[in-house]
Design a protein around this ligand. Structure first.
Ligand code: M6R
Length: 366
């Protein structure tokens, strides 16, 4: 059942070229400029005219929501708020009929996310679900939605569900952006073609596995980790840190790289591994400065960079090269080495990777 892999988590990480493809299957064919999602077709106008989109989710799904905030605001120019479902539901939030509330949930059973959605529905908002489990409570409670089609995810740590969520949210952003005219046709076609290349590039990123095993060996006994990223890679930093803490029980924090100087920089010394996602994108130069700040304090840099980069490798202690892509799609690639790093560290520490202590696959109580 684990398909020859030692753990479900590893199997699910390696399934991603396929699960990402499944999440776009029938929805996008770049060559013929076909972009269509049954789930949003009848709501396209509503989406295009929304005053605001509110995303509610928990954990890794909340991180996918953060990626969507960058995507939707950039491509479709609609204001987006990303909310922890548990906070949103108890805050007396301001919601009205012109709002669209998107719930993101792998299981479709997360109690707080379901309750947040029901609250939004009672205030007249249009509610939309992005779930992996077909027929789940959230999928049934929504006006419309899109399944992620990642297949069953058994490992408690979410991996392929995250990349499928991000893929579906990318498609939705492109659909709304083209409907609203905020995304030019040439740019749209470029992105579609690039998205179609993502499964092959994920496959390439998975070849980093052996290299990541060696990095894991060096840092498996660390007691703290910092993860830094900016722009589209900021949510990936949060996700990398969550993955590490939940399965290896090492304390880890994710930060937008520029926030470091507002506090966390005090933690940095020669004992602190800092994972920096520093791919070639619009914030690259800024991240270079952040890496210099860490190096000046003797932190150990594990850098995820775009293939062929020479600037960051000159400063970093370890370099993980991933293929080039549009910054809009980068989270789909940059998260892969971080999933692998957390997996191998957890295995080396003797942790129960698929069923970490104190955690359940779906959190059906608040
Ligand atoms: O099923 P959901 O997507 O609603 O679950 C949300 C979180 O409980 C989940 O992502 C959790 O954070 C994972 N264990 C992270 O790997």
């Amino acid at each position: 059942e684990k398909g020859g892999y030692e753990h479900f988590m590893l199997k699910e990480i390696f399934e991603q070229p396929r699960s990402i493809l499944d999440s776009m299957r029938g929805r996008m064919i770049a060559e013929s400029n076909h972009l269509m999602m049954a789930g949003i077709r009848e709501f396209e106008n509503k989406f295009a005219n929304a005053n605001r989109i509110i995303i509610v989710a928990c954990g890794t799904s909340w991180h996918a929501g953060l990626v969507a905030e960058y995507l939707i605001e950039d491509l479709a120019r609609i204001p987006v708020e990303v909310e922890y479902a548990s906070e949103f539901r108890y805050r007396n939030p301001i919601i009205n009929e012109k709002d669209i509330v998107i719930a993101i949930s792998q299981s479709g059973e997360t109690a707080d996310t379901l309750a947040a959605l029901e609250l939004a529905k009672s205030k007249g908002a249009t509610i939309f679900g992005i779930c992996n489990v077909v027929g789940s409570s959230i999928a049934r409670a929504t006006d419309a939605g899109a399944y992620t089609h990642a297949g069953p995810e058994i490992g408690v740590a979410s991996t392929k569900a995250f990349t499928a969520q991000v893929t579906v949210l990318t498609l939705i952003s492109m659909i709304i952006g083209s409907k609203r005219g905020t995304l030019e046709t040439t740019k749209l076609h470029e992105l579609m073609a690039e998205l179609e290349n993502i499964p092959a590039k994920v496959e390439q990123a998975l070849k980093l596995n052996d290299q990541i095993v060696r990095i894991a060996e060096q840092y498996k006994d660390a007691t703290n980790f910092l993860y830094l990223g900016r722009g589209y890679n900021f949510p990936v930093a949060l996700e990398g840190a969550l993955k590490l803490k939940e399965i290896s029980y090492i304390h880890a924090e994710g930060y937008p790289a520029a926030e470091m100087k507002h506090g966390p920089i005090a933690l940095i010394d020669e004992m602190m591994p800092v994972v920096v996602i520093a791919t070639k994108d619009s914030s690259y130069e800024k991240v270079v400065s952040n890496v210099q700040e860490v190096k000046a304090r003797k932190g150990k840099i594990i850098a995820v960079v775009t293939e062929g980069d020479t600037t960051i490798p000159a400063m970093a202690d370890h370099v993980i090269e991933i293929p080039e892509t549009s910054e809009h799609l980068m989270p789909l690639l940059s998260v892969i080495p971080l999933q692998l790093l957390s997996y191998h560290i957890a295995v080396m520490r003797g942790c129960n990777v698929d069923q970490p202590r104190n955690l359940a696959k779906s959190v059906t109580v608040e």
